[in-house]
Design a protein around this ligand. Structure first.
Ligand code: FUB
Length: 449
C-alpha cells in the first residue's frame, strides 16, 4: 500500500475513533438529556440532567415525558464531557412506584464532603403520599456516586424540580415547584425541612412556573425559573435580598424556543471567570419536544446586576481545537441564501448534522477555532458532492485572508479531501467557509493538520 493512502487511512481512523470534544450545542451527543443542573465540585463541573427516553407500548406513557434513571457527566473545561454513568434508577428507590418513568428534573449539592442528589418522582404508596410527585434524596461520598437513596421522600414536600441553595451563612434552602414556586429551610442533615413552606408568590401570578434555580451574586439573590407567559416556557428571573424573598420580577433570561419546544429548564453558574447558562432544547428530536438535549451558552450581567438576555446558539461555548473534527453545522452565522443545515440521518439523529452550501458565495461562519502555536499545513474536509465543487476557507471575515481552496471530487458518499493550506496563522481564528461556484457541497466536518 502506498505511504500516502496508509496515512489517509490512519488519519481517518484517528478522526473516527478519537474522543471528540463537543463544545457545540447540544453538549451530550449520545442520549437525550434535559433539565440540566450544573455544579462545580473540586476543579470540575458536574452536570446532573434528567434522562429523557422515548416511551413505547410497554415503557411509560406514549407522547409524554418518559424517564427511568439519571446519569451524571463531568468536565474540566465545559467542552469535553464524560458520562460518569447511571447514578439513580427508578426501581432501586424504596419509596418509588415501579416503572413510573417519572424521574424528572434533579439537583445535587455538596455539604461537609457528602453529595446530596435530589430528585422528584411518583411514590408507590399513594395512600400515604397521595397522588403526584414527591422529592427524594440520595447521598454519596463522591459527586459521581455511588448514591444511596433514602428510604422515604422528604416530608411535607409535594412537587417537582427540586433545587438546593446554601447561603454564605451555611443555611441551606430547598426550592421546588407545583404550579407555583415554593421554598423552605433545610436542616443541617439536608434531608428534612427546617421551616414552614413559603410560596414565593411575588412572581408573575398567571401561567405555570416551575424549575426554580437560586443563586447569589454580589448580595443579590436571583430566583430564576421557567414561566409560561404566553404559550410555552421562557426563562425569567426575580431578585431579592434574602433566599426566601420577597422577590420582585426582574426580567427574561431567554425567550421562548423559536421552534416551539414547550419546556425549558436551566441552571446558572460562574466557571473560570465567565457565567454560563445551561438549558435544554429538543435538538435531536425536532418532531417531539419531550426528548430534549442540554445546551450551554454564555451569560452576562449589566453593571446594575440585571441579567442580559441570552440568545440561544448552536456554537455554544469555548474554543474548538483546529485538529479536531470541527462540526461547522454548529455555526455562528449562515448566509441568507444557499446554505442550510440538515440531519445526516433522519432515522438516527444522533449522527449529527451536515452543512449544505448550494449556491455560489453561500457561506457558513464558525468562530473560535484554536490553531495553537505551530503553523498548520493542511485542511481535511469530510464532504459529499454529486457534482463536485470548490470550497474556499477564509479567516477573520468573508473577505479576510484566504487560507485554503478545497476541490471536492464528484461522488455519492462521504469522502475525505485533503488540501494544502495557502497560509496559516497561530491562535484563535474565526472561519468562513464559502462555496466558490454553484455546485452544491454537503459538509460533515473539517479539520486542520
Ligand atoms: O423534565 C420533566 C419536566 O419538564 C421538568 O420537571 C420540568 O421542569 C420540565 O422541564
Amino acid at each position: 500500500m502506498q505511504k500516502k493512502s496508509l496515512g489517509l487511512i490512519v488519519l481517518t481512523l484517528m478522526l473516527v475513533f478519537s474522543n471528540d470534544a463537543f463544545c457545540q450545542n447540544p453538549i451530550i451527543r449520545t442520549m437525550f438529556s434535559a433539565d440540566p443542573s450544573a455544579r462545580i465540585f473540586g476543579n470540575k463541573v458536574y452536570l446532573y440532567p434528567s434522562h429523557d427516553i422515548v416511551a413505547t407500548e410497554t415503557k411509560g406513557r406514549k407522547g409524554w415525558f418518559c424517564m427511568e434513571d439519571y446519569h451524571v457527566y463531568s468536565s474540566e473545561n465545559l467542552t469535553d464531557w464524560k458520562d460518569e454513568g447511571m447514578i439513580v434508577t427508578q426501581n432501586k428507590v424504596p419509596w418509588v412506584m415501579p416503572d413510573s418513568y417519572s424521574m424528572w428534573a434533579p439537583d445535587c449539592i455538596e455539604r461537609n464532603g457528602k453529595y446530596y442528589f435530589y430528585f422528584p418522582t411518583a411514590p408507590k404508596d399513594t395512600i400515604v403520599y397521595g397522588r403526584g410527585f414527591r422529592i427524594g434524596v440520595a447521598v454519596a461520598d463522591h459527586p459521581a456516586g455511588p448514591f444511596v437513596p433514602q428510604p422515604l421522600p422528604i416530608q411535607n414536600v409535594r412537587g417537582i424540580d427540586p433545587n438546593v441553595f446554601i447561603d454564605k451563612d451555611g443555611q441551606a434552602y430547598l426550592y421546588w415547584s407545583a404550579g407555583n414556586i415554593y421554598g423552605a429551610k433545610l436542616k443541617e442533615n439536608m434531608l428534612e425541612l427546617d421551616s414552614d413552606v413559603d410560596t414565593l408568590g411575588v412572581l408573575p401570578t398567571k401561567g405555570l412556573k416551575e424549575g426554580p434555580y437560586m443563586f447569589e451574586r454580589k448580595g443579590i439573590y436571583y430566583l430564576t425559573y421557567p414561566h409560561v407567559e404566553n404559550k410555552i416556557e421562557r426563562l425569567e428571573y426575580a431578585t431579592g435580598s434574602h433566599p426566601l424573598g420577597p422577590f420582585a420580577f426582574a426580567g427574561v433570561i431567554m425567550d421562548e424556543s423559536p421552534t416551539g419546544c414547550w419546556t425549558n429548564h436551566h441552571s446558572i453558574l460562574p466557571f473560570n471567570n465567565q457565567w454560563y447558562l445551561f438549558y435544554h432544547h429538543n435538538d435531536y428530536s425536532p418532531a417531539f419536544d419531550k426528548a430534549r438535549s442540554v445546551r450551554i451558552d454564555s451569560l452576562f450581567f449589566n453593571e446594575d446586576g440585571s441579567i442580559k438576555k441570552v440568545t440561544p446558539t448552536l456554537r455554544g461555548v469555548g474554543t474548538t481545537d483546529a485538529s479536531q473534527k470541527i462540526q461547522i453545522d454548529r455555526y455562528n452565522q449562515l448566509s441568507d441564501q444557499g446554505s442550510s443545515i440538515e440531519s445526516i440521518d433522519t432515522l438516527d439523529r444522533f449522527k449529527g448534522w451536515k452543512t449544505i452550501l448550494s449556491s455560489k458565495a453561500a457561506w457558513v461562519q464558525y468562530n473560535s477555532v484554536d490553531f495553537g502555536k505551530k503553523p498548520r499545513k493542511k485542511i481535511i474536509v469530510n464532504s459529499m458532492s454529486a457534482s463536485g465543487g470548490t470550497l474556499e476557507v477564509h479567516t477573520q471575515g468573508i473577505n479576510g485572508p484566504l487560507i485554503a481552496e478545497v476541490k471536492i471530487n464528484p461522488g455519492k458518499s462521504w469522502a475525505i479531501t485533503e488540501s494544502r493550506l495557502l497560509q496559516s496563522s497561530p491562535g484563535i481564528q474565526h472561519l468562513f467557509i464559502t462555496l466558490k461556484d454553484n455546485r452544491s457541497v454537503d459538509i460533515d466536518w473539517i479539520s486542520f493538520e
